[in-house]
Ligand binder design. Structure first.
Ligand code: ZN
Length: 240
């Protein structure tokens, strides 16, 4: 089975469609939260995921969009974009976001947005945090997003190592525990503006990361038209 794993789509339908075209035929689509927030097309993104029967988990932006007090912890730009999102999403989108669980288990994988021990908020950005979370999961492999940076944290003989994947990087899923981050579809932050995602092949037992070009200028134009914050518009071109 081939599974497209997508995270932090952030209301960017142009990037999402480019990623889906690049992934080709897949048996399932899993998302790791932050489906909405920042970007200009929350209903289109949720509509596409619903069409595909995608399953996934709740991110801090999804929780805020569904009315949660997570919005109180957002910085000024994120909050402004979230207030816009709350005003513009349809009742169907709202209901779909509201059903997302914080954590789910699928086969050998635990899916979360932030981290297994703190699914909404924790950023896995250091060895100690990765180590603690690798010890928390009940499945061999964990999938997370939230940082918008593609990475693999791997536990090997008591040590934890970080592997930074590039376009086309492939990892064997073996007896070593891993936490895998596909990077962000809609707002990459690793200095590379291309949309990021990964495909898990459960027959070959591999995970492959990919980067995809999309029409960034079109999304920036749509954001400017909706008067979303300038800084959020600008950052898409730099991947920061
Ligand atoms: Zn995010």
């Amino acid at each position: 089975m081939r599974i497209a794993v997508l995270s932090d789509i952030h209301s960017n339908i142009v990037a999402l469609d480019a990623v889906l075209a690049s992934a080709g035929s897949v048996d399932a689509v899993w998302h790791l939260g932050d489906v909405v927030g920042y970007g200009p097309e929350p209903d289109a993104v949720v509509g596409r995921l619903r069409e595909l029967g995608a399953i996934g988990v709740r991110g801090n932006h999804d929780a805020a969009a569904a009315g949660g007090d997570e919005i109180n912890y957002f910085n000024t730009d994120a909050r402004a974009a979230m207030e816009w999102t709350r005003k513009h999403i349809s009742s169907t989108t709202l209901a779909w976001l509201d059903t997302l669980p914080k954590t789910r288990t699928e086969d050998s994988f635990t899916l979360v947005h932030g981290s297994p021990r703190d699914p909404i908020w924790e950023y896995i950005t250091s060895m100690p945090v990765a180590r603690a979370n690798l010890a928390t999961i009940d499945t061999p492999y964990g999938l997370h997003g939230h940082t918008h940076i593609p990475i693999c944290w791997r536990s090997d003989d008591g040590r934890v190592e970080a592997v930074s994947p590039g376009d086309g990087s492939r990892l064997d899923l073996d007896e070593r525990r891993v936490l895998l981050n596909p990077g962000s579809v809609g707002q990459p932050r690793d200095g590379n503006p291309l949309a990021s995602y990964m495909v898990i092949d459960t027959d070959a037992q591999t995970c492959t990361w990919s980067r995809v070009t999309y029409d960034i200028a079109a999304v920036q134009e749509a954001m400017a038209k909706q008067r979303l914050p300038d800084r959020l518009v600008a950052r898409l071109a730099y991947g920061i």
